[in-house]
Design a protein. Structure first.
Length: 684
């Protein structure tokens, strides 16, 4: 038996190739009995037997046929009519080749099975009395939510090819390795030298047939997992068709070793971004210093060049400069790589740390982007109109729980119950902060989640292992045996809802993201007087500083104090009051004061000193020409007056005359301020 080389992709997935068989023709009497059992006309039976004889004469050793060029073995090329195939004998011999493969006399190679396109091996299967288990698998798949017609096509296509390529015809013997080899064969075939003769081009094959066939094989993999015949969790994975520049082998080998060491300890998304950061750095090195082959040759100048390039060069995909957050992440990943490989004394590692924390651009501290009330009402109407109950429930949960997207996506089917008073509560899984939490939930979101629970109750799916906790969980947001993606639950759903609500920009892009629901809930909690620890508990913040952002932008006292100083008709006192009343301050000065109003606050009022006037060197702000105060500070003024009176009495008892005079002057100044504010002149 002559065999071709093993597929590179099959080796990459770690699967052993199918067991070989001795390729041999069958006896004519046997094949004639098989043809006679088929419900076809006499003329077609005669044609099949004639084709058998001609094929056996042309290739008495089937090994010789296996090494013929693929177009000649397939027989009919892309776009050709059935009546005029390029290699007629091979084309007519397909039923005979199916018979040989299904009776273990031949293992058909994957390129041939894919190049023939629309095959009809199931006719041969039925005539041989072979049960591939298609009906059983279709019934189990439909219980998972698959459409019966679509899943029958997917299972039939996959099982027929596995049976003829691997020789596995019992569905209970199928394993994930069989699906891996089928997927590897599909992806390898895109790079076959004769792909243009069958499907026009590599790109046309990838966008057309390959996409459908990969879906077929992936659905079979999902079904095997839920049958207990595979331990690989079903997830959507797109093949990487990107062409990467050639990187120095020794350097990239060290990077791969580092990534392998980090893989058990960090999330897949973090691992991806670390790999991307180092890859981009090496690609930059190839451009500016192509002679560098090892990390020992990398200098600080090379790192600085990479940092400058990130801040100046536009990204090819978007045409925009890389964001500050992305640059900080890549610099941090580069620093971790240099530090860890050097600390572990790996051969070929950088000899010293070449990245410092000061290389990272300054982080932007943004105010939470809450959704204004009018836009919130409109987008909620758009969400209510979504046809998919999963998308609707996910967005309503984001609106009323303040949970992060991945926390919602990973909700367990039993995560919803009630407090003793009947209020719904939701148990959110450990997410970014690695802590579970329980939050109250609005009835609107609870009702949507109950709908999903009802849909999922009768589905006989298997638990999936949670990527954060490594525990088996029966997830709520699952469809067709797979965990739904954030893209489907949030991005796609919000795209529809925002278009329905007309919340799009000039380019037609939506103006609301799922994370803004979290900011909106935090802002609303602060505005309605929720305690700081309540906001922290609901949003899952680890530090009070994170939740204080919502309190600062939502404090009604800040708004009232702002209006009291800079609003029309404000009642104010102090040396700086005349500048405000008379309009002496310029428009730019007023704008600066409005923007930085919180920064101007003192113990007893506000300072109106502008940045261009330089730093304030005056501690006697009670008499400073820039000092201004409002009635809101009257209680503090009274308290300060009491303190000064106590200090004056103490100084009098000690005989400190000058101190008595100083405290007395402060008391007189406070009395004057209180009088200007319309309060009592003196406070006993």
């Amino acid at each position: 038996m002559r065999r071709g080389p093993i597929s590179a992709a099959a080796i990459a997935v770690g699967c052993q190739p199918p067991l070989p068989v001795v390729a041999a023709h069958c006896d004519e009497t046997e094949y004639a009995r098989h043809v006679a059992r088929q419900p076809i006309c006499v003329m077609y039976r005669r044609q099949q037997l004639q084709t058998y004889r001609r094929f056996k004469v042309r290739w008495p050793d089937l090994g010789d046929w296996l090494i013929e060029p693929l177009p000649e073995r397939v027989g009919r090329l892309g776009g050709e009519r059935r009546e005029a195939p390029s290699f007629r004998l091979s084309y007519l011999a397909r039923p005979y080749l199916y018979y040989l493969a299904l009776t273990d006399r031949l293992r058909l190679d994957m390129p041939w099975l894919l190049a023939v396109g629309c095959t009809r091996p199931l006719v041969v299967v039925s005539r041989l009395g072979i049960d591939l288990g298609i009906d059983r698998l279709v019934g189990e798949a439909s219980a998972l939510g698959f459409n019966r017609v679509a899943i029958r096509q997917a299972i039939s296509w996959s099982l027929a090819r596995i049976a003829m390529h691997e020789g596995v015809r019992d569905p209970n013997l199928l394993r994930v390795e069989h699906v891996d080899r089928l997927l590897a064969g599909i992806r390898d075939f895109a790079d076959h030298t004769d792909i243009d003769l069958f499907f026009g081009s590599t790109e046309a094959f990838r966008r057309g047939r390959a996409k459908s066939w990969i879906t077929h094989a992936g659905q079979l993999g999902v079904l095997l997992y839920h049958r207990g015949q595979s331990d690989r969790q079903p997830r959507k994975s797109m093949p990487d068709y990107a062409v990467h520049p050639l990187l120095p082998p020794a350097m990239w080998a060290l990077v791969e070793r580092w990534l392998t060491a980090a893989k058990p300890h960090i999330r897949p998304s973090t691992l991806y971004h670390r790999e991307l950061a180092i890859r981009r750095f090496l690609e930059h090195l190839v451009l500016i210093a192509p002679d560098i082959a090892r990390f020992e040759q990398v200098t600080r100048d090379h790192v600085e060049s990479f940092i400058c390039a990130m801040a100046q060069q536009a990204q090819p995909a978007r045409g925009t400069i890389l964001s500050v957050a992305a640059r900080r992440d890549r610099i941090a990943s580069l620093g971790v790589f240099f530090r860890e490989t050097a600390a572990w004394n790996w051969e070929g590692a950088p000899p010293r740390q070449l990245v410092d924390w000061r290389d990272k651009p300054r982080a932007l501290h943004r105010v939470p982007r809450f959704i204004p009330a009018d836009e919130l009402a409109r987008v909620m109407e758009g969400i209510a109109a979504l046809p998919c109950p999963y998308q609707r429930a996910a967005l309503l949960t984001a609106r009323w729980s303040g949970a992060r997207r991945d926390e919602i996506r990973r909700l367990a089917i039993d995560s919803l119950d009630r407090y003793p008073d009947g209020t719904h509560r939701l148990r959110l899984p450990a997410g970014k902060t690695a802590r579970e939490r329980v939050v109250p939930l609005h009835d609107e979101a609870a009702k949507a989640l109950h709908t999903i629970v009802a849909l999922r109750k009768g589905v006989p799916d298997r638990k999936l292992v949670d990527e954060r906790t490594s525990e088996p969980v029966r997830f709520l947001f699952m469809m067709h045996g797979k965990l739904l993606s954030n893209f489907y639950l949030f991005e796609m759903a919000l795209e529809k809802a925002c278009k329905t609500a007309d919340l799009v920009d000039a380019h037609g892009h939506r103006t609301i993201t799922a994370h803004r629901f979290r900011h909106t809930l935090g802002t609303q909690l602060a505005e309605r007087g929720a305690r700081l620890d309540t906001i922290m508990s609901v949003l899952g913040h680890q530090s009070s500083a994170m939740s204080m952002v919502y309190a600062r932008i939502s404090d009604p006292e800040v708004l009232r104090d702002y209006q009291a100083v800079l609003g029309p008709g404000a009642l104010i006192a102090g040396p700086g009051a005349e500048a405000v009343r008379a309009g002496i301050l310029s428009a730019d000065a007023v704008d600066w004061l409005k923007t930085n109003f919180l920064k101007t606050e003192l113990e007893l009022g506000h300072c109106l000193r502008l940045p261009e006037e330089g730093p304030c060197e005056c501690d006697l702000y009670l008499s400073c020409s820039r000092f201004v105060t409002t009635p809101a500070y009257a209680p503090r003024l009274h308290d300060r007056r009491k303190v000064e009176a106590t200090l004056a009495e103490d100084a009098r008892e000690r005989g400190w005359t000058r101190e008595v005079e100083r405290h007395g002057c402060i008391i007189q100044r406070i009395d004057a301020l209180l009088a200007d504010l319309g309060g009592p002149e003196r406070c006993e």
